[in-house]
Ligand binder design. Structure first.
Ligand SMILES: NC(=O)c1ccc[n+]([C@@H]2O[C@H](COP(=O)([O-])OP(=O)(O)OC[C@H]3O[C@@H](n4cnc5c(N)ncnc54)[C@H](O)[C@@H]3O)[C@@H](O)[C@H]2O)c1
Ligand SMILES: O=P(O)(O)OC[C@H]1O[C@H](O[C@H]2[C@H](O)[C@@H](O)[C@@H](O)O[C@@H]2CO)[C@H](O)[C@@H](O)[C@@H]1O
Ligand SMILES: [Mn+2]
Length: 450
């Protein structure tokens, strides 16, 4: 491998994923050598708590790496090769509203899907475009690997509004599911699987899973999923809401036994079942505040207070290893076959060319090269075209400042059963997001229903 060492900035350094990413970077310096690691965030206090602990991790494991945390974009984005973006515009305070406002009206309240995902998308577009502009101003040759959600809407927006920018939008849900497939097949890693997959982000299907000898593994996986979904014999470390999600995959699978589904399809195909199992007063954000967020900040405080990360409970994770694989593919032009979100350009024969599809691509120095996935069935085509229209209407609403387009997006979503209900939810979301959304000047009819 060439002996270049890379410079990375994590945008959203205060993210709960940051310690796992730092640890994974430190575990992979032989594969992906780095000379400089920076954190950038617009909440310096949150970020500093994570940075203080990560500084100790880096000092103990790789003291040669230059490390800093900053809220100054010039400092954060100058002289970087890769931007790992994982911001949450509005933070958990707004995610909680994304989840609880729709649920109050008996509609799915979720981070990246339905009204919650639309509200989050309208917040995220400006935040991610700002990161791209910083990157292009201070390090014009850098690549951005964006995890910031909702990746589907962010991908439509960045493709439309920054079409030439060096950004790849990614998701670790398919990786998480293929990790489970590997365990079901008693294999060591998802990397032992070859696969074909198509869809939008959080809205896709596997059409093929093979081993490295080319053997078809779909029948074995489908027989398992038909009975168990993606639930494994040992789920001791899995949170209740995630166990429900992995179990419901069998209900989604039942709708098309020829494929294997992404877990997120449950929100679109079984919204009533999801609402039935939801508590409008205790949602995923509440679980995270008591779980991941509490663990991460307590663990960081322990490291900072003790001055060592020697016995830290932090672990490398798939969230991070995927990003590093992507950086390597770009840095060394490896043409590795990876699942990313990219303009369709005919890869799915019967979808519009500009649809932002999540499909296998060859990743190299010039970004993704989509791999043809052929013609898709009427069922998936219908679902995808509807959801793709929702996502494009959200970007229209952002660019035009259009209340009407946003109301159309909510009304078109498979998750919202009625345009009058969509408007009631929308008006509450407009109020809740007044500090984040662009002003929606165009069209704001009087209430439809008395
Ligand atoms: N793509 C995927 O599959 C995937 C997987 C996991 C998490 N995520 C996403 O990663 C992001 C981080 O998740 P988390 O739970 O760690 O969130 P978090 O709230 O813990 O951290 C997000 C950080 O972003 C910062 N931030 C918010 N707006 C910003 C802005 N405009 N500029 C700079 N910094 C900003 C916040 O201050 C915070 O420190 C979220 O968008 C989440 O949805 C995506
Ligand atoms: O509710 P959260 O914040 O815990 O998770 C929401 C995210 O869920 C997916 O990412 C999962 C990933 O799929 C799984 O394998 C593991 O790494 O945990 C991740 C985060 O929990 C999804 O892909 C993301 O887009 C969501 O933000
Ligand atoms: Mn995702």
């Amino acid at each position: 491998m060439p002996d270049k060492k890379f410079s990375v900035v994590i945008a959203g350094g205060g993210s709960t994923y940051t310690p796992g990413i730092v640890l994974t970077l430190l575990d992979n310096l032989d594969k992906f050598p780095i000379r400089s690691l920076k954190f950038y965030d617009n909440d310096g206090e949150r970020q500093q708590k994570i940075a203080d602990a990560c500084a100790i991790m880096i000092k103990e494991r790789a003291p040669e790496i230059e490390f800093l945390a900053t809220t100054n974009p010039a400092e954060g984005f100058t002289d970087v090769d890769f931007v790992m973006a994982q911001i949450r515009v509005g933070k958990y305070e707004m995610r909680e509203k994304d989840e609880k406002i729709p649920l109050k009206h008996g509609v799915v309240g979720q981070e990246t899907t339905g009204p919650g995902g639309i509200a989050y998308g309208l917040r995220s577009i400006g935040g991610v475009l700002e990161l791209i502009d910083y990157m292009e101003k201070y390090s014009p040759n850098a690549w951005m690997l964006n995890y910031s959600n909702p990746a589907a809407i962010v991908a439509v927006a960045t493709n439309r509004l920054r079409p030439k920018s060096k950004i790849i939008n990614i998701c670790d849900m398919p990786i998480g599911i293929m990790d489970r497939m590997a365990k079901i097949l008693k294999l060591d890693s998802y990397k032992e699987l070859d696969f074909d997959y198509y869809g939008l982000n959080h809205f896709g299907w596997w059409t093929a899973v093979r081993d490295k000898k080319g053997n078809n593994l779909m029948p074995q996986l489908q027989a398992y999923v038909r009975e168990h979904g993606y639930i494994l014999p040992d789920e001791s470390g899995t949170e209740k809401s995630w166990r429900e999600t992995f179990e419901m995959a069998k209900n989604v699978y039942a709708l098309d036994p020829e494929t294997l589904p992404n877990t997120y399809l449950k929100y679109y195909l079984y919204p009533q079942e999801v609402v039935k199992h939801s508590d409008p007063n205790h949602t995923r954000t509440d679980e995270i505040r008591l779980g991941r967020e509490k663990f991460v900040f307590e663990e960081c405080a322990k490291i900072t207070e003790s001055g060592t990360a020697a016995n830290s409970a932090f672990k490398s994770d798939e969230h991070a290893s995927y990003i590093i694989d992507l950086c390597r593919a770009i840095a060394y032009n490896t043409k590795e076959r990876m699942l990313v979100i990219t303009p369709n350009k005919g890869a799915v024969e019967n979808l519009d060319s500009d649809t932002m599809v999540e499909i296998p691509c060859l990743i190299g120095a010039n970004g993704p090269e989509p791999l043809a996935q052929g013609k898709i069935p009427r069922f998936q085509k219908g679902l995808i075209e509807e959801q793709n229209s929702v996502e494009n209407l959200v970007v229209d609403a952002w660019t035009e400042g259009s209340y009407t387009k946003l109301w159309q997006a909510l009304s078109l979503s498979k998750i919202v059963p009625d345009a009058g209900l969509a408007k009631i939810i929308l008006d509450e979301l407009v109020e809740a997001n007044k500090d984040y959304w662009p002003e929606l000047k165009i069209g704001r009819p009087e209430p439809v229903l008395s």
